[in-house]
Design a protein around this ligand. Structure first.
Ligand SMILES: [Fe+2]
Length: 208
């Protein structure tokens, strides 16, 4: 590898709405810390880890812990990718919440019988997550099912390219400034900002 070779860098995507656009359900202060602090940090740390890999590749660092470097990369890259989905998956200015339409509504009706039953199971999945992590509704391309998963921290077994339909951040930084240790209140509030149009758009992309 010549010294001119390098890895391309990650970039922080713009927040798709104003910092206080999810109020009163998620405060501007929470989003400010979450986006400008945490998400930006994952991008910065992803790129710093890529820089380290470049140096390792050029033989400029000796005695490195490659497993640690990769773990660091996975944590930060997934943190970046998952948050990019999470922002899009919420709708600003009171346009979120309600019920989905389109193919998503059809699949929910076929699999779960009713939106209320689906919402109950989704809520139970979110509440079941031990500690820090995410709850995800995804489309399984093998079965054609909408299925739930939770994962702890940012760690999936691979970089986050799962066919995500709906995603909820359950790190304390996503709610603590507003809801303290009452995570269930954040989960209940989140139902008012979920962006079903974004979920439908994602699902239709996977159905093609
Ligand atoms: Fe987060």
């Amino acid at each position: 590898m010549s010294s001119s070779q390098s890895f391309k860098r990650y970039e922080l995507p713009p927040l798709p709405y104003k910092i206080d656009a999810l109020e009163p359900y998620i405060s501007g202060q929470v989003i400010d810390v979450h986006y400008n602090g945490h998400h930006k940090g994952y991008v910065t740390n992803s790129n710093a880890t890529l820089e380290k890999l470049e140096k390792i590749n050029r033989g400029e660092i000796s005695g490195y812990d490659i497993q640690g470097v990769i773990r660091n990369l996975v944590f930060n890259v997934n943190g970046h990718k998952l948050h990019s989905l999470y922002w899009q998956n919420m709708a600003p200015n009171g346009k979120g919440g309600g019920k989905p339409g389109g193919k998503l509504a059809d699949l929910i009706a076929t699999q779960y019988g009713s939106f209320d039953k689906f919402k109950q199971i989704f809520t139970e999945a979110m509440r079941s997550l031990p500690g820090t992590g995410w709850t995800v509704l995804y489309y399984d391309t093998e079965t054609g099912n909408l299925e739930f998963t939770t994962f702890e921290n940012h760690f999936m077994n691979h970089i986050a390219e799962l066919p995500v339909v709906v995603i909820v951040d359950e790190f304390e930084h996503a709610y603590y400034l507003q809801y303290k240790n009452n995570r269930n209140s954040y989960i209940d509030a989140w139902w008012n900002v979920v962006n079903w149009d974004d979920a439908e758009k994602r699902l239709e992309k996977y159905l093609k």
